[in-house]
Design a protein around this ligand. Structure first.
Ligand SMILES: [Zn+2]
Ligand SMILES: [Zn+2]
Length: 411
């Protein structure tokens, strides 16, 4: 039996095709096969689409999906030992599930410490190593350690991975944000704001409470939007005065950021003395200079290329934190050891451990359901597109004309 899928043909850039391919089947006892309800188009899909990654095999794209279980391997049964992830004992055919964008076993030393992004068995959906989710069905390896069930929420208050019932009241396309962009946006914020260099600001010691935290965000695609919402949520809840400069060269991305900010209730923006400025690249240094603190204490880099890193460093104050979640492919970073030494720069790089940060991301989604739960102009999810229109959607997303696209594979 065949299904419809979006496949990348890597012999030339920008070549994706809608094709009929076999429906995946169980290959290992830990596998699950999911019938996809919605899948996402993501900024990191663009890296392979543009030919920036060393990919040379045709494969199904996409790493964000929500759907229902249609097949389970033999590891899934009520007698699964308690030493294994709990889902092996509880997941059933028909359950609604959502998956982080990488597979993680839940059993290796990295998974147990919460670094699920670096699981020894980690695979990224939508790569030659693991077929992706811009299709009608997807196979999930190590599914008991990877998936979250939306069908059996809060079975135990002691289960740190149980999901609240309230989640089921949000539209499914917005739950898809939990697969990647919302955890990754939260991750790039936590990586910065929980850094020891910023601890005095959040404890109020030894600085006075009138300190102002200046923050830059470079890149206002869907992850940048989520990072901004996570940042505002964190700063307002910690009652820290702040000024934020959000930077993107693309006018439609800046307009989207403005619409989302405007849609936030007043209390979600904090005190009126806080500032939130959206700007293009040339004006960003002027904004930061006018603030008069020698630069931002932290800059979030949400793009993944050398020019974004260069801009981020230029906005950073001495002793600042450059927190990056962009998927970098360049062989070198565009600054020297001396530049970092002379300015005491802290660098934080890498992939979000989406499985570990999933539950805090759910809590953020519920707190900010006003914009994260919306679809359209003032929502992070920009539009729902039939999978049959995927080629056109990739083109529009690549140009920044479309924001976050969610594919419906059944229309
Ligand atoms: Zn993604
Ligand atoms: Zn693992």
């Amino acid at each position: 039996m065949d299904q419809l899928a979006v496949r990348l043909h890597p012999s030339q850039p920008l070549d994706i095709r809608l094709e009929a391919v076999p429906i995946p089947t169980i290959q290992h006892p830990d596998d699950a096969v999911i019938k996809i309800k919605f899948s996402g188009l993501c900024g990191s899909d663009l890296h392979v689409y543009r030919g920036h990654e060393d990919v040379n095999e045709i494969h199904i794209c996409g790493h964000e999906f929500i759907g229902h279980v249609v097949a389970l391997g033999s590891s899934f049964h009520s007698g699964s030992p308690p030493s294994r992830p709990a889902l092996y004992a509880s997941l059933k055919i028909g359950d609604k599930v959502i998956s982080p964008f990488t597979v993680s076993c839940g059993e290796c030393q990295y998974c147990r410490l919460g670094f699920t992004a670096r699981c020894v068995s980690s695979l990224v959906f939508g790569s030659p190593a693991l077929q992706g989710a811009q299709a009608q069905y997807v196979r999930v390896p190590l599914a008991g350690g990877t998936l979250f069930s939306l069908s059996t929420p809060s079975t135990s208050v002691d289960d740190p991975l149980s999901l609240p019932q309230e989640l089921s009241y949000l539209p499914d396309p917005t739950l898809l944000l939990l697969a990647d962009v919302l955890p990754t946006g939260l991750f790039v914020v936590l990586q910065a704001l929980t850094h020891p260099k910023l601890a005095p600001i959040f404890t109020g010691i030894p600085w006075p409470r009138n300190v102002v935290l200046d923050v830059g965000i470079v890149g206002l695609g869907p992850v940048g939007l989520c990072a901004t919402l996570a940042l505002l949520d964190y700063l307002v809840r910690a009652d820290v005065r702040h000024r934020i400069v959000a930077v993107d060269p693309n006018e439609s991305r800046r307009a989207k950021m403005q619409k989302i900010y405007d849609a936030l209730p007043g209390h979600a923006r904090g005190e009126s003395e806080n500032e939130f400025i959206i700007t293009d690249i040339p004006d960003a240094p002027k904004v930061v200079q006018a603030w008069g603190q020698g630069g931002c204490r932290t800059v979030l880099e949400v793009v993944g290329n050398p020019s974004a890193l260069t801009l981020s460093l230029s906005l950073l104050a001495p002793s600042g934190i450059l927190s990056s979640c962009g998927v970098h492919q360049a062989h070198q970073i565009p600054f020297t050891g001396r530049e970092l030494y002379n300015r005491n720069v802290s660098l934080e790089f890498g992939r979000c451990s989406a499985h570990s940060i999933f539950v805090p991301a759910v809590e953020l989604l519920l707190r900010r359901r006003d914009v994260l739960g919306a679809i359209g102009e003032s929502g992070v999810v920009d539009r729902i597109v039939p999978l049959s229109d995927a080629v056109r959607a990739y083109e529009a997303f690549e140009k920044g004309v479309y924001g976050k696209v969610v594919f419906d594979p059944w229309t």
